[in-house]
Ligand binder design. Structure first.
Ligand SMILES: Cc1cc2nc3c(=O)[nH]c(=O)nc-3n(C[C@H](O)[C@H](O)[C@H](O)COP(=O)(O)OP(=O)(O)OC[C@H]3O[C@@H](n4cnc5c(N)ncnc54)[C@H](O)[C@@H]3O)c2cc1C
Length: 223
């Protein structure tokens, strides 16, 4: 497996616990929207600690971009990444990923599980092909919503938020339920794209089955 050392060109805060990293792009490093790679930090003690992260910009951009949630309590790679400065380096590996766009449908994300959908939705937007694609985005509170303004602008009413730990006038409250999904998902939905923590994915797959969505319509990745 080839390793690519890339320099971090800029770091931007996206939410209270999410940062966007822009890095150099190795020659011929071609990804499809939704795909990911294993990254480690190019520093003694961290080079062998690989974790998966998704490309969030467009395949033809000159740089690579990652949107990464930090977990200080793990004292692992994401915590260390959040301490990095411009000029520090990542080590990237092969490109892979099970989520790619197959056709119009409903995207359902939990927290940082939205990252594969950032690139896919930006890609569709750049081609004026967003159509009636919907994004249902589950978070704990409104301050956890990643790229809220951008999704609002891209998707309008097709950007649907649900918050488990905060009540607002704007968004639904609680966990995603079958009743909630019924508003957006009907038996004839062609594709449902799922990405989030394993327990959320398990619950959603059960609900989708009950709503008549076939297994082959589900495109998924668990985080
Ligand atoms: C294909 C793929 C693409 C991904 N893309 C992205 C992305 O673009 N952006 C992004 O933010 N995330 C992404 N993720 C998730 C990301 O890889 C993880 O958040 C990351 O590996 C965590 O690394 P860590 O070293 O901080 O934590 P680790 O120490 O590796 O922890 C890994 C897991 O261990 C458990 N754990 C460890 N310590 C604790 C603790 N103290 N308390 C509770 N649980 C604990 C948790 O279940 C945690 O998820 C992706 C995951 C996959 C599978």
């Amino acid at each position: 497996m080839k390793k690519h050392i890339v320099k971090i060109k800029s770091i931007k805060r996206v939410t209270h616990d999410v940062k966007q990293f822009t890095t150099d792009k190795p020659d011929g490093y071609d990804f499809k929207p939704g795909q990911a790679t294993d990254i480690s930090i190019n520093r003694e003690g961290w080079k062998g600690e690989e974790r998966p992260f998704t490309f969030t910009n467009l395949p033809w951009d000159d740089d690579l971009q990652f949107v990464i949630k930090g977990y200080p309590e793990h004292k692992g790679v994401t915590n260390e990444m959040h301490q990095l400065k411009e000029g520090d380096e990542f080590i990237l590996r092969d490109i892979y990923g099970s989520i790619t766009y197959k056709g119009e449908g409903v995207f359902i994300a939990g927290g940082a599980g939205v990252t594969p959908f950032i690139s896919i939705l930006r890609y569709l937007n750049s081609k004026n092909e967003l159509g009636d694609n919907k994004l249902i985005f589950a978070n704990k509170t409104s301050k956890d919503i990643i790229l809220k303004d951008e999704f609002d602008n891209m998707l309008g009413n097709n950007f649907i938020n649900i918050l488990s730990d905060e009540k607002t006038d704007e968004y639904a409250h609680g966990f995603i339920t079958e009743d909630f999904l019924k508003n957006y998902i009907h038996g004839n939905v062609k594709y449902v794209y799922l990405c989030g923590p394993l327990p959320m994915m398990k619950a959603l797959k059960k609900q989708l089955k009950n709503l008549g969505v076939s297994k082959k319509s589900i495109v998924e990745e668990s985080f």
